[in-house]
Design a protein. Structure first.
Length: 572
C-alpha cells in the first residue's frame, strides 16, 4: 500500500484501537502501576536532584516550615505541655553544668596561677614561647588530639578539619599541603606503591598520625604520646567516610561543602586522656574565693547602707542655731560633712552626740562664719556680761540691747564689746533707781504695808509715741523702778497671805482703723509686761490686756498709754 494513500483518519482509527479513546489503555496501565513506579524512583530522583542543584531542600524547606508553624499555632497548648518537661529538665541541667564548669575552671585558674607550680609553669610556657593555657593542657593530658584533617589524597586539598579547644594548629591548609608534599617526596624517593606511605610524623611538640583510604587521608595532630587505638579509630572513621562519600571523592572538583556532613566522624576522633598524676581536686579554692567575694560584697553593701542612713539623718535634721550645712556626701568609705559654723554655736561633736552619730566615720570640713541668729547674738551678750563680772540684767530687741545695772556702774569696755558684736546696733545703759521703802516698823501689820505700797504704785502710766509700741529710755527707767517696787510688794503679800495681781491695760487714740488700734494697744501692754518681767516681777501675777481706743478727743496724747493697776485679796 502506498504510504501517501493512507489518510489521516485511518491513522487516527488505528491509534484509537491500540491506545483506546483519549489514550485510555495507557492511562489505565500507568494508574495500576503508579504506586510502585513512584516508590522506586522518587527517593533516588530527589537525591540526584538535591546533589545537582540543591533545589529539593529549597522547595521543601518553606513547605515544612509552614506546616510546622501551622501545627504549633493550631495546637499551642499541646506543644507547650509536651515541651515543658523537656525544656525544664534541659534548663536545670544546663544551669548545673554551667555552674560546675565555672567552679572547676575557677579552681583550675587559682590552682595554676596563684601557686609555686603555676609560677613555674608560666615561666616554662614563656621560655618555650607558647601560651600558658596550652602549656597547662600539655601537662594535664597524657595525650590530646588537637586537630583532625580530612585531605583529598589525589589533589592534596584540605576537605574538612575540626580542632579541639586551645588548639595550637594555626593553619590546617598549610599543614595539609606540607603533609602531601612530604608523602609524595617519600613515595617518589623510595619507590613506594600507592597503598604505602608514612604512617606518622613526629616533631618536638606534636605527632601527626595518618590513616589512608583509596581517595582520602585522615590526619590527627596529637600532643603527647598517642596510643595505639588512635590509629584504629582514624582508620574506622576514614573507611566510613570512604563508604559514605566515595562518589564525591572520586568526582572531586574543588567543592568542599558536601563533606561537612562527615564532621561528626572527625569530631569522634578528638580523643584525649588525662594524666593520672594530676589529681582532680574538688573546687574548694573556687568556693573559698566565691565566699570571700560574697563577704566582700556584703560588707561593702552594708557599709553603703549605713552611710546612706547617716547621710539621710544629717540632711533631715535641722541644724543648731548658728549653723549652715553646705553638703553631706559619700567620699570613698567615709562621709564628708561640710558646714559653716559660728564659733559661739554648738560644737559639731556635741550635735553628733545628740544624733547618736559620734561613732560614725564622718570627716568634717568646717568653715567659720558670723551668724546673726537671735539665739547666737543673745549667747554672745551673755558671755560678755558674764566676763564683766557685773550685776546686770538686759533686754534685747531689734538689735538694741538695754542694760539694767544694779550697782549703777556699766563699764565702757562692756559697751564697746557689745557694740562690736554682730547683731547689736545700739546699747542703752539704765541705772536702776533706788526704792524709797517705807520702814516696816512704822506699821503694825503687813496688810498696812501692802496697802501703802499699792497706793504708791497704783495707776502708774506709761506713754507711747504715735503708732508705736516701743518703750523709750525714760519709760524703761520708770518701769525698772516700778518693777522693784512690785517685787517688794509681792514679797510682802506672800508674807501676809495676800493674793496680788497686776493689771496692765493698753490703750490707743482714735486715729486709724479700730481693729489696728486694738492690736496696737495689746502690743503696748505686752511691751510693758515684758519690761516688768525683765525687772524681776513674776510673770504669773501680771495680766496684760489691750482695750483699743480711748474716745477722749481732748486727751489724745494720754490715750496712747498703758496704765498699771493693782488688785489684791486674801488668799484662800
Amino acid at each position: 500500500m502506498d504510504r501517501k494513500s493512507v489518510s489521516e483518519a485511518d491513522i487516527t482509527s488505528v491509534q484509537s484501537l491500540i491506545l483506546g479513546a483519549d489514550n485510555e489503555h495507557i492511562k489505565k496501565a500507568v494508574r495500576e502501576d503508579a504506586h510502585d513506579i513512584v516508590t522506586n524512583v522518587i527517593s533516588e530522583a530527589a537525591q540526584v536532584r538535591q546533589e545537582k542543584d540543591g533545589s529539593v531542600s529549597r522547595v521543601l524547606a518553606p513547605m515544612l516550615d509552614s506546616a510546622i508553624s501551622h501545627g504549633i499555632e493550631k495546637n499551642k497548648s499541646t506543644f507547650v505541655n509536651a515541651m515543658y518537661p523537656l525544656v525544664g529538665s534541659l534548663v536545670r541541667k544546663s544551669v548545673a553544668v554551667f555552674f560546675a564548669n565555672f567552679l572547676e575552671k575557677l579552681n583550675y585558674l587559682i590552682e595554676y596561677s596563684l601557686t609555686i607550680k603555676g609560677l613555674k609553669w608560666r615561666f616554662e610556657a614563656w621560655r618555650q614561647g607558647i601560651p600558658f593555657v596550652q602549656y597547662i593542657l600539655k601537662k594535664t593530658f597524657v595525650y590530646q588530639v588537637e586537630d583532625v584533617l580530612l585531605i583529598h589524597r589525589e589533589s592534596g586539598t584540605l576537605l574538612l578539619d575540626v580542632t579541639s579547644e586551645h588548639s595550637a594548629c594555626n593553619d590546617p591548609a598549610l599543614t595539609s599541603a606540607m603533609l602531601t608534599a612530604i608523602n609524595d617526596f617519600v613515595a617518589d624517593s623510595f619507590k613506594q606503591t600507592d597503598t604505602g606511605g608514612i604512617d606518622s610524623i613526629k616533631t618536638h611538640n606534636f605527632t601527626l598520625v595518618i590513616s589512608r583510604a583509596p581517595q582520602a587521608l585522615l590526619v590527627a595532630a596529637v600532643s603527647g604520646l598517642p596510643p595505639a587505638k588512635l590509629q584504629s579509630q582514624l582508620q574506622e572513621a576514614n573507611e566510613s567516610i570512604q563508604q559514605e562519600m566515595g562518589e564525591q571523592l572520586a568526582d572531586f572538583s574543588g567543592d568542599c561543602e558536601p563533606f561537612i556532613q562527615v564532621e561528626p566522624l572527625l569530631k569522634s576522633c578528638l580523643l584525649s586522656e588525662i594524666n593520672p598524676n594530676v589529681n582532680k581536686k574538688k573546687p574548694t579554692k573556687a568556693l573559698f574565693a566565691v565566699a570571700l567575694l560574697f563577704c566582700f560584697v556584703s560588707v561593702v553593701s552594708f557599709r553603703w547602707w549605713q552611710n546612706q542612713h547617716v547621710i539621710d539623718t544629717l540632711k533631715n535634721t535641722a541644724p543648731p542655731a548658728g549653723w549652715h550645712v553646705q553638703s553631706v556626701k559619700n567620699v570613698g568609705d567615709n562621709i564628708q560633712l561640710s558646714v559653716m559654723r559660728d564659733p559661739a554655736a554648738q560644737s559639731i561633736e556635741g550635735w553628733l552626740n545628740e544624733l547618736n552619730l559620734a561613732d560614725q566615720s564622718i570627716k568634717i570640713h568646717e568653715t567659720p562664719f558670723v551668724s546673726l541668729s537671735p539665739k547666737i547674738v543673745e549667747k554672745k551678750v551673755q558671755y560678755h556680761i558674764k566676763e564683766s563680772n557685773a550685776d546686770i540684767n538686759y533686754s534685747l530687741k531689734d538689735e538694741t540691747i538695754t542694760l539694767i545695772a544694779n550697782d549703777h556702774v556699766i563699764s565702757d569696755e562692756l559697751r564697746t564689746r557689745l557694740l562690736a558684736t554682730p547683731g547689736i546696733s545700739s546699747v542703752l545703759p539704765v541705772k536702776r533707781a533706788a526704792i524709797n521703802v517705807i520702814p516696816t516698823n512704822q506699821y503694825n501689820s503687813v496688810a498696812q504695808q501692802v496697802a501703802l505700797l499699792s497706793k504708791h504704785i497704783g495707776n502708774t502710766t506709761v506713754l507711747f509715741d504715735v503708732k508705736s509700741a516701743q518703750l523709750n529710755a525714760n519709760a524703761a527707767d520708770a518701769l525698772n523702778v516700778v518693777a522693784q517696787q512690785l517685787t517688794q510688794l509681792n514679797e510682802l503679800s506672800q508674807q501676809g497671805s495676800i493674793k496680788l495681781g497686776v493689771i496692765v491695760s493698753g490703750y490707743s487714740d482714735k486715729t486709724g482703723n479700730p481693729m489696728t488700734n486694738l492690736t496696737l494697744s495689746q502690743q503696748r501692754a505686752d511691751a510693758v509686761k515684758a519690761q516688768l518681767v525683765l525687772g524681776g516681777v513674776p510673770n504669773e501675777i501680771i495680766y496684760a490686756v489691750g482695750h483699743g481706743e480711748l474716745p477722749i478727743d481732748a486727751l489724745a496724747d494720754a490715750a496712747r498709754s498703758v496704765v498699771i493697776s493693782l488688785i489684791s485679796g486674801n488668799a484662800p
